[in-house]
Design a protein around this ligand. Structure first.
Ligand code: C2E
Ligand code: MG
Ligand code: MG
Ligand code: MG
Length: 288
């Protein structure tokens, strides 16, 4: 890509060439700086924090579970959103160490909640394709479950459709092993990938998470309505639970509740919260 940009810049004239190449080298330098900072952060371990977004049953109004979402506060760069540093961590392989930390911290926090009398059905943790494909992942997962004392059924891993895209047989094997250990498996951002829906039938998964982009059009846009209903009926046929992501408005929640969606996640109920705020939120909801 750099070559093409360079060529186009040259074509456009000398001045543009200078402008483009400076821009590019600045971009590369910035990325390298962020990369170094990330490596340091993963080593330090104390620059990351998990926030938790409650997931609510629209029928009972109770919290069914939480999704752990990692946050990086860098002393050098300030707050950096996961959409920026997760891809970088994946490129560099740092995601394996970071992902280990997230899993362990998430499970420990879940046990901590339990000890405070807050009993949730599950905690969901995002895992990257790189992690799932790592040769030590399953062994580490087993060790981590034993160490933290979490019940495997209470741990749900979220992955994206793209995990299955590369080597189907291999991917299914890994997922099956995770299911055999007792964990739950969710497909995140469902509908945004390019996989044929028939692939669902082959996958040992337990939940679909409808991507925010489909929820956004609810409850009025006809395409969104059709797609969300199709996903819900697909899930029902395959006995999968469904979570809707990015639910921001009451009318969206009402639509999804009526359509039979099991779990709602989004700003309408709550943003992702630091641990202490999650505790407060759980207590308030229980006592309603
Ligand atoms: P995701 O797993 O699909 O998580 C949902 C994202 O949507 C979160 O963004 C959440 O804060 C945001 N969100 C939830 N409800 C709403 C809403 O009502 N409106 C809007 N506008 N946004 C909402 P976040 O925390 O910035 O995370 C972005 C992505 O980064 C995640 O998408 C996930 O793919 C990745 N990620 C986060 N934590 C981890 C992690 O520990 N490991 C890995 N591998 N990826 C992670
Ligand atoms: Mg997720
Ligand atoms: Mg998602
Ligand atoms: Mg996402």
């Amino acid at each position: 890509h750099a070559d093409i940009a360079m060529y186009q810049a040259k074509e456009a004239g000398r001045n543009n060439f200078c402008f483009f190449s400076e821009d590019m080298s600045r971009h590369i330098q910035e990325k390298a700086r962020l990369h170094r900072a990330l490596r340091q952060a993963v080593q330090d371990g104390n620059q990351f924090v998990l926030h938790y977004q409650p997931k609510i049953s629209p029928v009972s109004g109770q919290i069914t579970g939480v999704e752990a979402l990692v946050r990086w506060v860098s002393p050098e760069h300030g707050f950096i959103p996961p959409d920026r540093f997760i891809p970088l961590a994946e490129e560099s392989g740092l995601i394996n160490a970071l992902g280990r930390w997230v899993l362990k911290q998430g499970c420990q926090d879940f046990i901590h909640l339990k000890s405070m009398g807050i009993h949730l059905q599950h905690i969901s943790i995002n895992v990257s394709n790189i992690q799932l494909n790592h040769r030590d992942f399953l062994q580490e997962l087993k060790g981590m479950i034993a160490d933290t004392g979490i019940t495997p059924e209470q741990l749900e891993l979220e992955m994206t459709e793209s995990f299955i895209a590369s080597d189907q047989q291999e991917a299914i094997q890994i997922l099956q092993t995770i299911r055999n250990m007792g964990l739950q498996l969710a497909i995140d951002d469902f509908g945004t990938g390019y996989s044929a829906m028939s692939f669902l039938q082959k996958l040992p998964i337990t939940r679909l998470k409808i991507d925010k982009s489909f929820v956004d059009g609810l409850p009025h846009d006809n395409d969104s309505i059709a797609l969300v209903k199709a996903m819900l009926s697909l899930a029902e046929n395959f006995s999968l639970a469904v979570t809707a992501e990015g639910v921001e408005y009451q009318e969206q929640m009402e639509f999804l509740k009526k359509a039979g969606c099991h779990e709602i996640q989004g700003y309408f109920y709550s943003r992702p919260l630091p641990f202490d705020d999650l505790v407060t939120y759980c207590k308030a909801r229980k006592n309603r």
